[in-house]
Design a protein around this ligand. Structure first.
Ligand SMILES: [Fe+2]
Length: 325
C-alpha cells in the first residue's frame, strides 16, 4: 500500500513529516507503521498534529479503548447508541462526532466545540479475521457530484438538511457540506439511527450514501496490522469497519480537535449554562508537543473553478431550502 510510512522511533516519525503531510494532502489519510503499540506512542504521534479532544468514553488524555472511560460512566446507560462498542457488527461509513456542535466555557472564555479535525486509530491486536477498516475519500465524490449532480450538493449544503443526535449530544441545523475557515470544504455525515432529516433532504442523504459511500469505485479497504496507526482527515474522509470475527480485536482511538474560536458575550460575562453542560466531555487537551503539521489544510480541497462552483451551491442552498418558518 502506498499511503504507508514506517517509523522505528519518534525521531524516525519526525524525519518523515513531509511524506506524511503529502499523503494527508493528496489522499486524506495515511498509515504509520509505528515502533510499538503502546498508548504513549499513539499519544506522541497524535499530539504532533495539535490539541487533543476528549470523548465521553476516553481517559483524560483523550484515549478511547483498552481501559479508558474515566470521564463518565453515564453513557453506558445508552450503550446501544454507541456503534462499534461491544459489537462485532459492521460499522457503516461516517465521519466522527457528526453530533458535536456547540460551545463550552474554557478558562473564562466561551469556545466552540465541533467534530474533530483528525482521527487516529491504533491497532493493538487485529481481529482474528474481518474487521478491516474502510475508507472513502469524499473529495473524489464531491468532484464527481459537481459535474454530474450539483442539485444534490445544494440540498446537502442547506443548513438543517440533517440533524445528528447521539445520547446527550445533538447537532441541529447543520449541513453535510460546509465552507471551512481555511478555505477548504468540510463533510459531516452518517446515515443510521442517529440521523434525522426533513422530507426535502431525506432522499438526497440516502442517495449519496447508497450510490457513493457504498460504491466500490470509491471504497478502499485498509486492514491494519499490529503497531499501525491510521490517520484520517475527518473533514474529508469517511471511515467504517467490516464485520469482525472472533473476540480479540483491540484498538485505541484519539482525536485532534478543530481550532476552536471564541464566542463573545453581549455583556462580557460569559458563564456556564445548563444547556452546555453535556459538552464537558468533549473539550480540548492542550498538546505539550510542537505541532509539526501546522501548514496542512485539512478538509476537501478544490481547484479554483470547482471552488467557485461549490461556493455558488452553498449560497443557493440556503435560498432553496430556508430553515425557518
Ligand atoms: Fe468512527
Amino acid at each position: 500500500m502506498i499511503n504507508r510510512v514506517y517509523a522505528s522511533s519518534y525521531e524516525g516519525f519526525v524525519s518523515q513529516k513531509i511524506d506524511i503531510a503529502n499523503h494527508l494532502h493528496n489522499e486524506g489519510w495515511c498509515i504509520i507503521e509505528a515502533w510499538n503499540s503502546d498508548p504513549e506512542t499513539l499519544l506522541q504521534i497524535a499530539s504532533s498534529f495539535g490539541n487533543l479532544q476528549t470523548h465521553v468514553r476516553s481517559n483524560e488524555q483523550g484515549i478511547v479503548g483498552l481501559g479508558g472511560d474515566t470521564l463518565s460512566g453515564d453513557w453506558k446507560e445508552n450503550i446501544d447508541e454507541y456503534r462499534g462498542v461491544a459489537s462485532n457488527d459492521p460499522f457503516d461509513m461516517h465521519t466522527d462526532a457528526s453530533f458535536l456542535n456547540g460551545m463550552f466555557l474554557v478558562n473564562g472564555k466561551m469556545q466552540t466545540i465541533t467534530s474533530p479535525k483528525i482521527l487516529f486509530l491504533q491497532c493493538v491486536v487485529p481481529a482474528d479475521s474481518g474487521g478491516e477498516n474502510v475508507i472513502v475519500d469524499h473529495q473524489k465524490i464531491l468532484l464527481e457530484l459537481l459535474h454530474t449532480n450539483p442539485s444534490l450538493i445544494k440540498t446537502l449544503s442547506a443548513p438543517g438538511c440533517a440533524a445528528f443526535c447521539r445520547d446527550d449530544q445533538i447537532a441541529y441545523g447543520v449541513s453535510v457540506y460546509r465552507k471551512l475557515s481555511n478555505g477548504n470544504f468540510g463533510v459531516r455525515f452518517r446515515f443510521d439511527q442517529a440521523v434525522y432529516c426533513p422530507t426535502w433532504s431525506f432522499e438526497s442523504m440516502k442517495s449519496v450514501h447508497k450510490n457513493y459511500h457504498h460504491n466500490e469505485k470509491f471504497r478502499q479497504y485498509v486492514p491494519l496490522r499490529q503497531k499501525e496507526i491510521l490517520i484520517v482527515d475527518n473533514w474529508r474522509v469517511l471511515h467504517g469497519r467490516e464485520k469482525i470475527f472472533g473476540m480479540n480485536r483491540r484498538f485505541r482511538r484519539m482525536w485532534v480537535s478543530a481550532n476552536p474560536h471564541e464566542m463573545l458575550n453581549a455583556e462580557n460575562r460569559p458563564r456556564m449554562h445548563r444547556a452546555i453542560n453535556h459538552l464537558a466531555a468533549y473539550c480540548d487537551v492542550p498538546t505539550m508537543f510542537t505541532n509539526l503539521f501546522v501548514d496542512i489544510k485539512f478538509g476537501i480541497k478544490l481547484n479554483l473553478s470547482n471552488q467557485l462552483q461549490m461556493e455558488d451551491c452553498i449560497r443557493e442552498a440556503a435560498i432553496l431550502h430556508p430553515m425557518y418558518g
